[in-house]
Ligand binder design. Structure first.
Ligand code: CDP
Length: 151
């Protein structure tokens, strides 16, 4: 059941909430800088704390997903980033929530775990298995790595 879109633009590509199912869209960033991918360790809630994720959060009503991504990276990490391509696929979270991933490029700032996280790591292409990703982020990271690193 993991990953649905494999032909480029899928439903809801690039604009607004998910029109297909009404699920809340959580956007996350495959944030790249100097050939490395940022992983963030969650500090809460208890059942997710200690697991690693691509940083992001919920798209607000009426918000474009790319704008949500930029906002979340600003709030959580204190950086400015530029969204790039959407990583094809969609990964289920808890019922009523889906995860979608965009690549993003670090424009300015040095990421800090300001909110939701207690540790950050820049991973080289060969290090992507070095952290304990959230289950739902694992296939998303694999797909992002294929697209962005050719891994
Ligand atoms: O910051 P905001 O409250 O909008 O969102 P969040 O609490 O960071 O994420 C919303 C939900 O998506 C949570 O249940 C996270 O565990 C989940 N999530 C995820 O599974 N993988 C990510 N890369 C980002 C969020």
């Amino acid at each position: 059941p993991h990953g649905t879109a494999h032909h480029g633009a899928g439903p809801g590509h690039g604009t607004g909430p998910d029109h297909g199912t009404g699920a809340v869209v959580v956007v996350a960033a495959a944030l790249l800088d100097r050939g490395r991918l940022l992983a963030a360790r969650r500090s809460a809630p208890a059942d997710l704390a200690g697991r690693w994720e691509l940083p992001g959060g919920k798209v607000e009503p009426g918000e474009r997903p790319e704008d949500a991504l930029v906002r979340e990276l600003r709030e959580e990490l204190g950086v400015e980033a530029e969204p790039g391509e959407r990583i094809p696929g969609e990964w289920p979270l808890k019922p009523g929530y889906v995860l979608r991933v965009w690549s993003a490029r670090l424009l300015s700032g040095d990421p800090l775990p300001l909110e939701d996280h207690d540790e950050l790591r820049w991973l080289a292409p060969g290090e992507l298995d070095a952290v304990d990703w959230l289950d739902q982020d694992r296939p998303a990271v694999a797909e992002a790595a294929r697209r962005l690193f050719g891994a």
